[in-house]
Design a protein. Structure first.
Length: 355
């Protein structure tokens, strides 16, 4: 994908690895981090020489613009190790494109492609022992950019920090998931930042999600901000509905994230001749499909969980339970995707990226 030039990165190795202190059989998602991190600063109008150094706390001025105006974007990726100890990424080119698309929306300078892939590969090689073999085991990779310039004027910053940190992960499972269809709150509005992985998008979801949790629901399926008639995303994931044997998902827009797992599911549906439609989906039609026993499945698609089945939903006081299926689309797509990610199946689309 790019020519790797190791001499462009300064590497400082840790003297004391934490790996022997970690119980890899009992991991809480996103709480344990590997020995090293990638870092690169934007100063005087250009990205400086990147470095990999031991994972540690940062020292940032209290007036850094990220704290005051929210210039922060991120990505979510995973690294996998196959049975032969080879490390793979899944469609990292899409993550690179999207973080720069997100950055541009928040007036953050785009990050160079060679720095991104060179840093990512060197970091994963350095911390390769943190990636455990076996389906379900992975290393969650978090690239992000924050505004670091110490100034509180309401303007885009002139200094930034790009980083990559990594966290070992097990299968992401939250038990049975029931959701609330949103009636009041929205995830994003037209013309806003919904298509970007901007930190503030996620902060704004926490309060309404907490309200849903208190009612016994694990997540919210967000509706459009203008009318609340159209179903758009589920929590932090893209959403799919199966009505009879047709798969439905909303089109991407400036309100909906262009999810990498989402677009992979769509490609797999084409590969296996599964009927699908990409179009606006109304609350009304999904409720009617549930009442008529035509709604077979709802599932979310995203990096952390890959595919997350939803067993029931509520809207406007009406509750619906979905049937339990032996051969669900959710399990089919999850198996196909994980087999590609762990190098257990043919990869006709060249989604795997060898580290």
């Amino acid at each position: 994908m790019v020519n790797i030039n190791k001499h462009r990165i300064e590497v400082i190795k840790t003297q004391n690895s934490k790996i022997n202190e970690v119980d890899f059989n009992s991991l809480s998602f996103g709480e344990i981090f590997t020995d090293h991190m990638f870092e690169c600063d934007f100063i005087n109008g250009k990205w400086q020489k990147p470095k990999i150094r031991p994972y540690e706390a940062l020292t940032i001025d209290p007036s850094a613009r990220v704290f005051h105006y929210g210039q922060a974007v991120f990505e979510g990726m995973k690294a996998y190790k196959d049975d032969n100890d080879v490390i793979w990424l899944f469609r990292p080119d899409e993550n690179f494109k999207r973080i720069n698309k997100s950055a541009a929306r928040l007036a953050i300078p785009e990050f160079p492609e060679d720095y991104f892939f060179e840093g990512l590969k060197e970091l994963l090689k350095l911390d390769r022992e943190w990636i455990k073999k076996g389906v379900g085991n992975s290393l969650y990779v978090r690239p992000f950019v924050i505004a670091t310039e110490p100034a509180i004027a309401a303007l885009p910053a002139e200094q930034y920090k790009f980083m990559i940190i990594c966290s070992p992960a097990k299968s992401y499972y939250t038990g049975e998931v029931r959701v609330l269809f949103a009636k009041k709150y929205s995830r994003a509005a037209s013309g806003g930042t919904g298509f970007a992985k901007a930190a503030g998008n996620y902060a704004a979801q926490f309060y309404p999600t907490n309200l849903a949790n208190k009612k016994g629901y694990q997540q919210i399926i967000w509706t459009d901000a203008n009318t609340h008639k159209y179903l758009e995303e589920a929590g932090t994931m893209n959403i799919f509905f199966r009505v009879n044997d047709t798969l439905l998902t909303a089109p991407i827009s400036d309100r909906i994230l262009d999810g990498i797992t989402r677009k992979s599911v769509i490609e797999l549906a084409k590969d296996y001749n599964i009927d699908f439609e990409i179009r606006p989906i109304t609350v009304k039609e999904i409720k009617e499909a549930a009442q008529n026993h035509e709604l077979k499945e709802i599932f979310g698609a995203g990096t952390a969980a890959v595919i997350n089945p939803i067993v029931g939903f509520e809207h406007d006081g009406s509750k619906y339970e979905l049937p339990k299926l032996d051969n669900s689309y959710a399990s089919f797509f999850k198996e196909k995707l994980t087999n590609i990610q762990y190098n257990k199946a043919e990869d006709i689309h060249n989604w795997r990226y060898k580290v």
